[in-house]
Design a protein around this ligand. Structure first.
Ligand SMILES: C[S@@+](CC[C@H](N)C(=O)[O-])C[C@H]1O[C@@H](n2cnc3c(N)ncnc32)[C@H](O)[C@@H]1O
Length: 323
């Protein structure tokens, strides 16, 4: 049994609650509704390895639902039968399916299977009305993982600059873009332009607030400046997979940047994140790095030590950068 040393209600982003032990037991010691998001990578039950041990999935789902606040989200990695079975349990426990996200690893991890597997699946379920957050991925990050998009994006905006009408839009937009996306709808002529379109085109193109339409070049510029809405297929730049010396601490370690993007989707600013299968602590590093209080559990003493060292080390480096 894990002894809970501190009250999770008093958690802060700089004082995470890290527990060594069995996660169902550990969660039993947490209060109802104390976390905003559970982001976790459970044992897949496909590996012949000490970390791939059996766990009580029914009791686990029960505890996850109990510790999530109303509207909270749970994101779980998985594969095959064990993944589908766990998702069915989440559904039967009353959670609502919100999305499935794919981590596209770009390269296959094993040359042996007939179908070269190069992805991991992540499901997102909500307690009650919760929904993933609207998140923008910086344009530079997006093109780093898909350079083919670079040329098209630049060509569209630079092409528009040759048109004096578009030139005026772009100038106006650059002066106002920090006021937010909504400000673009008050751009001179946006409403007028839609009214001038033939009725059939107007019907087809009636997108945007209140039927108003943003010019295409402004939508592209918006994307270059503010980034693109997160998609259901996530690629992480090879530079960010295992930064530093490129070595892993854990055989199934996930990239911190991937977890940052999942947390951004699943947890509001400052909300508490829990990872009951924290392994080497990648979710914890991502959570505390973005100001989220974090609760993590790991059963294996060696991985627990790695997780603690990584999370506390990350906090210490953040503090050094502050002073
Ligand atoms: C797939 S790994 C997680 C790896 C992690 N995402 C990372 O980036 O390092 C799952 C972890 O759960 C741990 N584990 C397995 N059963 C557990 C249980 N019942 N309670 C707590 N931890 C458990 C394993 O030791 C393993 O480290």
């Amino acid at each position: 049994m894990v002894a809970l040393a501190s009250n999770p209600q008093g958690l802060t982003a700089t004082a995470p609650l890290l527990l060594r032990g069995e996660c169902v037991e550990a969660m039993r010691g947490l209060p109802d509704g104390c976390v905003d998001a559970v982001v976790t990578d459970p044992p897949y039950r496909y590996l012949d390895h000490r970390l791939d041990r059996a766990w009580d999935r029914g009791a686990w789902v029960e505890q996850v639902v109990r510790i999530l606040r109303r509207g909270g989200l749970v994101a779980t990695f998985g594969r095959g039968d064990s993944f589908y079975e766990l998702n069915t349990r989440l559904h039967r426990a009353g959670l609502r399916f919100r999305e499935e996200v794919i981590w596209d690893k770009v390269n296959t991890t094993s040359p042996i299977p007939p179908i070269s597997r190069r992805h991991e699946s992540i499901s997102i379920y909500a307690k009650g009305e919760g929904r993933p957050q609207r998140v923008h991925i910086p344009w530079r990050e997006r093109i780093a993982t898909d350079p083919a998009l670079f040329e098209g994006d630049i060509r569209r905006v630079s092409g528009a600059l040759k048109d004096t009408h578009a030139h005026a839009d772009i100038e106006w937009y650059l002066r106002h873009w920090e006021e937010g996306y909504e400000s673009a709808y008050s751009m001179p002529g946006v409403e007028q332009r839609l009214l001038e379109e033939p009725p059939l085109d107007r019907e087809r193109s009636a997108v945007g607030r209140g039927g108003r339409r943003l010019p295409q070049h402004i939508k592209h510029l918006e994307m270059l400046l503010r980034g693109q809405r997160e998609g259901s297929i996530i690629r992480i730049s090879s530079r960010d997979i295992y930064p530093g010396d490129g070595r892993r601490q854990h055989p199934t370690q996930k990239p911190v940047r991937l977890l940052e993007r999942l947390i951004a989707l699943c947890c509001p600013e400052g909300g508490t994140v829990c990872d009951p299968f924290m392994g080497s602590g990648s979710t914890g590093v991502a959570a505390v790095g973005h100001g989220h209080p974090f609760i993590g559990v790991e059963i294996d003493p060696a991985y627990y030590r790695d997780a603690e060292r990584r999370i506390r080390g990350h906090l210490a480096r953040m503090e050094e950068r502050l002073f």
